[in-house]
Design a protein around this ligand. Structure first.
Ligand SMILES: [Ca+2]
Ligand SMILES: [Ca+2]
Ligand SMILES: [Ca+2]
Ligand SMILES: [Ca+2]
Length: 347
């Protein structure tokens, strides 16, 4: 082989290698979208979803059957394909096989929160799309991972689907029953209010000697804690109100009883309550907290059934742990003028 022939051969080999590399790269590029679109066969290997992408399920043949069943149609599937999605904000999420290329394939989907093997239904659908196609809608919380399991209850045929999102849409809000352990007694008060200022309403029930707070968690479950108290002079047999009287970030409670009013002040770290019970006779009907005199300090108002109504003015000393009991109580007599307007005088 002469030098020219050798160089020609080397050049040809280089070109061939380049061509092979290019072909391999093209093959990878061609394969990449398909690899991305392959469904996963078990909950543990669920593929992370990107909203707006069209995903292709070749065949519903994964070995992990989505259970429990959250849609209509009951059990009977023996295969599933798994995906997952974790929103970063409050979103209404649409999981849809309602696409024209799917014809009338009979798809079905289950949607969960929780851990694989211990899943809780968050949504699901069988036939809300056209024909037998699926359109599941659920409201999602930020940071919560939702597992999406397509099953073969009616068909193992392949299909395409999408996940799309929008900010929480009230149209799709639904309600589910959940049991919360509450105190039970005659005269117990109950309230739904955000006691620890974390943005989630909590459930509060009280007895004379206990405040039970079920703190709502970001996933909608509740963490219940009991705070024993001194025996309240007055229990909320007629009303209960909550407000942060001393502006320490933890709500304080007002118990409106049949013959007086008790305040339960949350401690500085929110781990207990200190009782303040007034000596005044008040036949409470309803109560609330509001800054009556607009001085920036939250005041309390209690409707009195048989005497002038009562308000507790917070002069700011309530902000001091040593002077919280030094509130002023005043009674307000209301009279109705002939025109219907109400004038008030302080007694
Ligand atoms: Ca269906
Ligand atoms: Ca809360
Ligand atoms: Ca407080
Ligand atoms: Ca005030």
């Amino acid at each position: 082989m002469d030098k020219l022939a050798a160089r020609t051969l080397q050049l040809n080999q280089t070109q061939t290698k380049r061509t092979m590399k290019q072909s391999y790269a093209l093959a990878l590029m061609a394969l990449a979208p398909f690899a991305r679109l392959q469904a996963q066969s078990s909950c543990a290997t669920a593929l992370t979803i990107t909203p707006g992408v069209v995903y292709t399920v070749d065949t519903v043949d994964g070995t992990d059957v989505p259970l429990p069943v959250c849609s209509s149609g009951g059990t009977g599937a023996n295969a599933g394909m798994w995906y997952q999605y974790t929103p970063s904000s409050y979103q209404t999420v649409f999981v849809s096989s309602d696409l024209t290329q799917n014809g009338n394939t009979d798809t079905r989907v289950q949607i969960y929160t929780g851990e694989c093997g211990n899943l809780t239904c968050a949504g699901g659908d069988d036939d809300s799309g056209a024909g037998l196609l699926t359109l599941a809608v659920f409201n999602a919380y930020p940071g919560v991972t939702y597992l999406i399991g397509w099953d073969n209850r009616y068909s193992s045929l392949g299909f395409d689907f999408t996940v799309t999102t929008q900010p929480w849409n009230p149209t799709y809000i639904s309600f589910t029953n959940q049991t919360v352990s509450t105190s039970s007694c005659s005269g117990c008060g109950q309230a739904a209010v955000d006691m620890n200022n974390d943005g989630y309403d909590d459930v509060v029930t009280v007895t004379a000697t206990n405040v039970r707070i079920s703190y709502q968690q970001p996933d909608g479950t509740f963490n219940t804690i009991d705070f024993p108290t001194t025996s309240a002079d007055y229990t909320p047999s007629w009303s209960m109100a909550a407000g942060d009287i001393d502006a320490n970030g933890y709500l304080d409670l007002l118990y409106g009883g049949g013959s007086g009013v008790t305040f339960m002040m949350a401690t500085e770290d929110g781990t207990g309550f200190t009782e303040i019970s007034g000596p005044q006779y008040v036949f409470s009907q309803r109560s609330n907290f509001v800054d009556i005199n607009n001085d920036g300090h939250l005041d309390a108002f209690v409707c009195h059934d048989v005497q002038p109504n009562v308000y507790y003015l917070n002069d700011g000393t309530a902000h001091s742990p040593t002077t919280k009991a030094a509130w002023a109580i005043r009674r307000m007599a209301a009279t109705t003028a002939a025109s219907g307007s109400i004038t008030t005088t302080t007694i």
